[in-house]
Design a protein around this ligand. Structure first.
Ligand code: HEC
Ligand code: HEC
Ligand code: HEC
Ligand code: HEC
Ligand code: HEC
Ligand code: HEC
Ligand code: HEC
Ligand code: HEC
Length: 423
């Protein structure tokens, strides 16, 4: 018995070894096969044989940067490290480095020397100075920056001061990781140029695929007060992206995109890309008709032309009656939410008239209810409608507005009663 068992287990062992060896061979040849495919089809590293001093040394100290930049179209077009990093000795922010001077963080001025158009469009948008002013207030701007800020046609209306108050209330230990993480997209640099292109064009690949994907925007356009990313995810457009975008033509040349490259739009398609008859832009407001972020939304200057540009994008995939009806319904939604926010102002007015609110913002519960009503739920309802997210228009939007209107009424009633005033 023991002998027989011994033979059996030896046979089993040999069998197992044989199987392992065969699988091993199969895996090895598979991986050789796939790395060959990668070598044939993957992007070429344009810096592989570079003799440039920065490249040679940084290939040792920061190989990741060389890998990423080596695979970019800019490296293939012979744009060098020096083109973005190297500056004159007395350049603001320049640091001495290996016998020359470099910027640790290249500014928009460096990109501007080759991408004048993109930079000018960006400067005309709320992603530039208005985004920064929204956080810190306009008081911090010097004369030159103030002039630049005032040139942004869609930079007005004035930001709501209440949110600047939250910035100051929380203090720099917190806001460094909070507001600044998103609003520095419009931060002025030491050399007087504005904004951080790398907030969207993640260094050092500068890849079109990456910047056209909605995850790029989700870094900031997310959360209870501006859930554009969540809304997109539940929209038919976002669903198409999630389930079928592997074979979309992500790297197509800018300005050439049509519905053949992208059967459904991403954030970039509707707001930035040249698509069908609409030209590429870096002005985020160039296709918008309302200031939706405002408590009570107003029309943008030149909103008819803006609408035309957005509708040409939609028109690649939807017919014009569909689009017209959609815009009529969208406008009606904005008016309905505006009416609710105006109602909330009427409700709270007796407290203001009778001096029954404290002077400080965000120091009593009613301040938060009054704020959330428009800042979270009113805005979310509008965004959800315009970008096809019914759950956000309904349960994270309109429903919450109604609930907080009721709450506000009761809070005001109680406060008046407490003060001995007839509600
Ligand atoms: C001889 C090696 C060498 C050469 C040549 C070199 N670097 Fe560096 N570089 C380094 C090292 C090492 C660091 C990290 C320094 C540290 O961590 O203090 C660095 C840091 C940097 C930084 C970040 C600076 C900071 O303070 O965070 C930048 C930007 C940079 N190098 C760009 C360049 C550019 C552009 C060139 C070509 C003009 C270049 N380097 C040439 C070795 C080199
Ligand atoms: C098209 C412009 C551009 C080119 C070309 C470029 N960089 Fe950069 N580099 C940037 C930007 C933008 C940053 C980001 C700064 C930030 O995020 O604060 C940066 C940051 C860096 C840093 C600091 C990164 C860190 O995390 O500490 C180093 C080091 C650096 N670059 C080295 C290089 C080297 C080496 C090359 C050439 C192989 C190169 N860069 C080419 C734009 C460029
Ligand atoms: C010295 C000139 C030069 C500078 C400086 C420069 N670029 Fe470029 N950039 C180019 C050229 C040339 C191309 C076109 C490459 C191509 O399409 O072949 C390009 C292409 C691009 C692209 C499109 C990439 C693609 O795959 O089509 C992006 C995005 C970009 N640059 C961003 C930046 C940013 C951001 C900066 C500043 C941090 C910058 N560039 C600085 C010359 C420059
Ligand atoms: C997660 C990223 C993120 C954080 C953190 C953030 N914001 Fe924003 N903020 C945004 C986005 C995105 C918008 C644009 C919403 C829109 O246009 O619909 C915005 C809009 C605004 C606006 C309205 C636009 C205007 O100019 O009036 C103000 C004001 C503002 N934020 C202030 C702040 C303050 C103050 C903080 C910190 C207490 C802060 N934000 C934190 C992303 C962020
Ligand atoms: C809010 C995100 C965002 C920011 C910030 C941003 N870009 Fe872009 N950029 C994009 C998108 C999206 C595209 C792709 C457009 C398309 O689909 O063709 C793009 C494309 C580009 C291209 C190639 C397009 C062309 O027409 O050749 C260049 C060059 C470029 N960006 C430069 C810059 C520069 C310079 C800055 C800073 C001033 C900047 N970008 C800031 C989103 C951004
Ligand atoms: C680093 C953070 C950040 C990223 C990344 C970002 N945004 Fe923004 N975006 C903001 C902030 C902050 C505002 C609000 C500026 C204001 O109104 O003051 C804003 C505003 C906007 C607006 C409204 C502009 C207006 O005129 O009211 C649009 C549209 C927009 N972003 C689209 C995009 C798209 C599309 C992407 C991705 C390609 C993107 N953003 C990436 C921070 C960001
Ligand atoms: C199908 C096209 C489409 C897609 C996809 C899309 N948007 Fe929009 N977006 C719109 C329209 C339309 C409006 C409202 C236009 C108006 O005011 O006329 C809008 C409004 C906005 C606003 C509000 C600006 C304000 O006035 O407060 C922001 C911010 C924004 N979109 C960002 C994004 C982001 C980020 C994504 C992706 C996560 C995205 N959008 C996806 C079409 C689109
Ligand atoms: C690149 C093509 C493309 C573009 C551009 C595009 N859409 Fe769509 N859209 C689609 C697809 C695909 C669907 C899903 C179709 C379906 O539900 O059968 C869709 C669905 C919709 C729906 C839901 C339709 C329904 O019957 O429930 C609305 C609303 C919509 N889109 C509005 C817009 C608006 C507004 C724009 C422009 C701001 C736009 N779309 C731009 C491709 C596009």
């Amino acid at each position: 018995m023991t002998g027989k068992k011994g033979i059996n287990s030896r046979a089993l062992m040999i069998g197992l070894i044989a199987i392992v060896v065969v699988i091993g061979f199969a895996l090895v040849s598979l991986s050789i096969g796939s790395s060959r495919v990668e070598a044939e089809e993957g992007p070429v590293n344009a810096l592989a044989n570079s003799k440039n001093d920065c490249v040679v040394c940084h290939d040792r100290t920061t190989p990741g940067i060389i890998q990423q930049y080596g695979h970019s179209t800019m490296a293939a077009a012979d744009v060098t490290c020096e083109d973005c990093h190297e500056v004159e000795r007395d350049y603001p922010g320049g640091i001495e480095h290996e016998g020359t001077y470099v910027l640790q963080s290249p500014t928009t001025a460096m990109c501007q020397s080759c991408h004048e158009n993109e930079v000018n469009q960006y400067y005309a948008s709320r992603h530039a100075l208005p985004a920064y002013v929204a956080m810190v207030g306009a008081e911090v701007l010097d004369e030159d920056l103030m002039a630049m800020y005032q040139e942004v046609t869609e930079g007005q209306p004035d930001p709501d001061r209440a949110r600047n108050a939250i910035y100051h209330l929380e203090g720099p230990a917190v806001t460094r990781f909070a507001c600044e993480g998103c609003h520095n997209i419009g931060k002025p640099a030491e050399d007087g140029s504005v904004g951080e292109c790398q907030q969207c064009h993640l260094r050092h690949e500068f890849s079109l695929e990456q910047v056209r994907k909605p995850e790029t925007c989700s870094a900031c356009h997310i959360g209870p007060d501006h859930p554009q990313f969540e809304i997109y995810q539940e929209s038919p457009h976002g669903i198409s992206y999630a389930v079928g975008s592997d074979d979309w033509n992500w790297d197509a040349d800018p300005g050439t995109l049509t519905s053949e490259d992208f059967p459904a739009p991403t954030c970039a398609t509707c707001h930035f890309s040249g698509f069908g008859g609409t030209a590429t832009t870096h002005d985020s407001g160039d296709r918008l008709t309302w200031f939706l972020f405002m408590p009570v939304s107003e029309r943008r200057p030149g909103y008819n032309e803006n609408a035309g540009r957005m509708q040409q994008v939609c028109g690649e995939c939807h017919n014009s009656d569909f689009i017209d009806d959609f815009y009529t319904d969208g406008d009606a939604l904005v008016e309905a939410v505006n009416a609710w926010v105006l109602e909330s102002r009427e409700i709270i007015k007796p407290l203001q008239d009778n001096g029954l609110l404290t002077a400080d913002p965000f120091d009593e519960p009613i301040d938060f209810v009054f704020f959330d009503l428009w800042h979270h739920w009113g805005r979310t309802a509008k965004f959800g409608g315009w970008m096809q997210g019914p759950d956000y228009t309904q349960w994270h939007g309109a429903y919450e507005v109604l609930r907080e209107l009721a709450e506000l009424k009761e809070m005001v009633h109680d406060k008046l009663e407490e003060a001995g005033i007839e509600p």
